[in-house]
Each structure stands twice: as structure tokens, then as C-alpha cells.
Design a protein around this ligand. Structure first.
Ligand SMILES: NC(=O)c1ccc[n+]([C@@H]2O[C@H](COP(=O)([O-])OP(=O)(O)OC[C@H]3O[C@@H](n4cnc5c(N)ncnc54)[C@H](O)[C@@H]3O)[C@@H](O)[C@H]2O)c1
Length: 288
């Protein structure tokens, strides 16, 4: 079925200098796509792009781009158009982490996390839409987190931002269907990456504090022990999902066992929806 689809030629990944984004860039290159890695760490984006070219023999370039700036993201779309003339696959993958109990998070901390994670994703989609519309089968993917499928304590700002990215993706899926652009939501589980380190590097000076305190980690793990079990490498996670991503699947889970929490939420939602129709199931109704 997929063999009838013209092969995608160019992939763009934000947060592409490190971790999952870098790994997705490598996996795309291994399939022959040219790759643009966009990242606020421009130096690393360039050196990782050079490593991709050396390993896979495809053209790749890295660019310093802060998704907190609409101007920078639009300029990056222009640079991709100049260099490659197209973009078939765009992965909005940037995400910063900031732990903290909801009652202690400040307005400025919320603004930072939401601006980078949510508005950054919206800016990325907006800037690259003209290129995706021109592609024969545009693919737009958003990296969220398995924490929206199975949340934990002390991750309020992060999880709220990732739920918002999911909502953004669901809306775009409807808005872009007439253009033939598939929108995917990627839910990675725990990966051994530089996420806390790069989040600290990205933190604005006026907000500077530890990304997480010991008691945050303890409360997080106590609320959801599964969350920290069996992290995989970003490359393994990317390898698990690259085909689904290139195929434009709606929901993509990288790894980990999320079947029970997803099912439990589904049962509760199902029950609420049925109750609205006056068909409330018995409270102890067990799933078939
Ligand atoms: N590591 C995990 O366990 C995990 C789990 C679930 C979801 N995720 C999500 O996966 C994505 C990738 O994370 P990762 O683990 O590969 O982390 P990573 O730190 O290895 O990579 C993130 C990259 O984003 C870049 N970045 C940060 N702020 C930016 C900004 N404002 N503009 C442009 N680039 C920026 C960083 O410089 C870094 O290169 C994130 O959205 C993260 O929330 C990670």
C-alpha cells in the first residue's frame, strides 16, 4: 500500500540537535531523506547534521533556531525552502521540562513552558504549512509525551503543555485533511537523553532554578512508578516509530506498556459519554 506513495524527500526536525529529534533525523536520512535539524543550539545542530551526512551520505544541514521566536521559525522555513525547495515531513519536537507542584509554579514559569512547548509548536506548524501544502503527501508530527496518557505528579506545567500540543494536533488534523496533510501525535515514554540538561540551558535567566528538586522526583515516582521504568535510547525509540511517522499514523507510541492506563481512561470517558445519553452503565461494569 505504502509503496504506491511517492517517497518523501525532505524532513525537518525541531529540537533536532539532540536526543529523539536527532535520532529521528538519522532514521529519516537512513531512508534517503534530506534532513534539516533546527535547534536553539545551532552549533550542535550543525555538527549533528554533518554526522548524519557522513553516516548516511545524504544532504543535511543544521540551523540555530529558537522556537520561542516566530521570526526565527519563519526564517528557518525560508532557509529550508532555499536549500531543499520543499519539506515533506516536519516534526515539531521541541519540549522543555520544568518540575514543580502546581501550587508553587509561578506565572512566569507557566509562560515559559507554554510559550516554548505549545506556541513553539504552533509557530512551527504555521511557518512550514506552505511547504507541506506543496508536498505531494505532507506529514506533520508533534512530539508530546506518554505522560499525557499516564500522568504523574509534579509535572503540571509540562503535562499541561503536552496536552495542549495534542489538542493543537487534533485541530490541525481536521484543518489540514482537505490538503492531504497527515498529522501525527507522537507519545514517547522515558528515554535516556539530555532533556533536563538542555531544559536548564534553555531556561531564561530571570527564571533560573533547578529544573527539578529531589522531592519532585520522589513525588513523581511515587505517583507513577511505571514512568521511570526501562528508559530506552532515543535512537531505539525513533527506530520503533519512524515507519508509522512517515506513514502519517494518527497516534504513535514509542515504547512502554501504556495499555492499562489508556484503557482505564477510555472506560471512564465511555461511561461519561454514555451517561450523557442516559445510558449510564452499572458502576461496577467490567470491560469485556
Ligand atoms: N526524554 C524523555 O524521557 C522524554 C519523554 C517523553 C517526551 N519527551 C519529549 O521528547 C522531545 C525531545 O526530548 P529529548 O528527550 O530528545 O531531549 P533533548 O534535550 O535531548 O533534545 C531536546 C532539544 O530541544 C532543543 N530545544 C530546547 N528548547 C528549544 C527552543 N526554544 N528552540 C529550539 N530548540 C530547543 C534543545 O537544545 C535540545 O537539543 C521533547 O519534546 C520532550 O518533551 C522526552
Amino acid at each position: 500500500m505504502e509503496s504506491e506513495r511517492p517517497a518523501a524527500q525532505v524532513a525537518v526536525v525541531t529540537g533536532g540537535a539532540s536526543g529523539f529529534g536527532r535520532a529521528l533525523g538519522g532514521r529519516c536520512a537512513a531512508r534517503g531523506l534530506r534532513v534539516a535539524l533546527l535547534d536553539r543550539d545551532g552549533e550542535r545542530a550543525e555538527s549533528e547534521a554533518a554526522a548524519i551526512t557522513a553516516e548516511h551520505g545524504v544532504e543535511a544541514f543544521g540551523l540555530g533556531v529558537d522556537v520561542a521566536s516566530g521570526e526565527a521559525v519563519r526564517a528557518a522555513a525560508g532557509a529550508v525552502a532555499d536549500r531543499f525547495g520543499r519539506a515533506d515531513v516536519v516534526v515539531s519536537n521541541v519540549g522543555v521540562q520544568l518540575f514543580g507542584a502546581v501550587e508553587r509554579l509561578t506565572d512566569d514559569e507557566w509562560r515559559w513552558v507554554l510559550d516554548v512547548n505549545v506556541l513553539g509548536a504552533a509557530r512551527t506548524a504555521q511557518a512550514f504549512l506552505p511547504l507541506l501544502r506543496a508536498a505531494p503527501h505532507g506529514r506533520l508530527a508533534f512530539t508530546t509525551s506518554s505522560s499525557v496518557l499516564s500522568p504523574a505528579a509534579r509535572l503540571g506545567a509540562y503535562q499541561a503543555s503536552k496536552f495542549a500540543v495534542w489538542g493543537l494536533a487534533e485541530t490541525l488534523r481536521l484543518e489540514l485533511a482537505p490538503d492531504g496533510i497527515a498529522v501525527s501525535v507522537v507519545f514517547p515514554s522515558g528515554m535516556a537523553s539530555r532533556h533536563l540538561e538542555t531544559s536548564a540551558e534553555a531556561q531564561p535567566d530571570h527564571l533560573r532554578r533547578a529544573i527539578g528538586e529531589q522531592d519532585d522526583f520522589v513525588a513523581m515516582v511515587a505517583s507513577n512508578p511505571e514512568m521511570v521504568q526501562n528508559p530506552v535510547s532515543p535512537d531505539e525509540a525513533a527506530g520503533n516509530v519512524i515507519e508509522a511517522l512517515l506513514a502519517g499514523e494518527r497516534y504513535i507510541v514509542t515504547h512502554g506498556d501504556l495499555v492499562d492506563p489508556v484503557r482505564a481512561r477510555g472506560i471512564d470517558l465511555d461511561r461519561a459519554a454514555a451517561a450523557a445519553l442516559g445510558q449510564r452503565p452499572a458502576p461496577d461494569a467490567a470491560p469485556a
